[in-house]
Write a protein that binds this ligand. Structure first.
Ligand code: ZN
Length: 93
């Protein structure tokens, strides 16, 4: 259910019509389940501003006591690949 669609996805930047190349997402867990919570899909250009916006959202996110949400990171957007196979691009964060 977290697999990326197999068609090109547009960047989530305001007024941006570029095709997204990255996924901005954070590891979330409730102690039992682990998943990647997606904030934005982004092109190279919008990466910095969208990562900032994702960070703001992450900080105000209300969590239950057992839940943990890590700061958002940048992942290579491989179309059709499941989230756990996405490659993290820490050098872009
Ligand atoms: Zn963009």
């Amino acid at each position: 259910m977290n697999a990326m669609p197999k068609y090109p996805v547009n960047c989530g930047g305001a007024d941006c019509v570029a095709v997204a190349a990255f996924k901005i997402a954070a590891q979330w867990t409730d102690g039992t389940t682990r998943e990647l919570k997606t904030y934005f899909l982004s092109c190279q250009e919008c990466l910095k501003s969208l990562l900032e916006r994702a960070g703001e959202k992450q900080r105000v996110c209300r969590l239950a006591p057992a839940e943990k949400l890590e700061p958002p990171g940048v992942y290579d957007l491989s179309r059709g690949a499941p989230d756990r196979q996405l490659v993290r691009r820490a050098e872009l964060e």
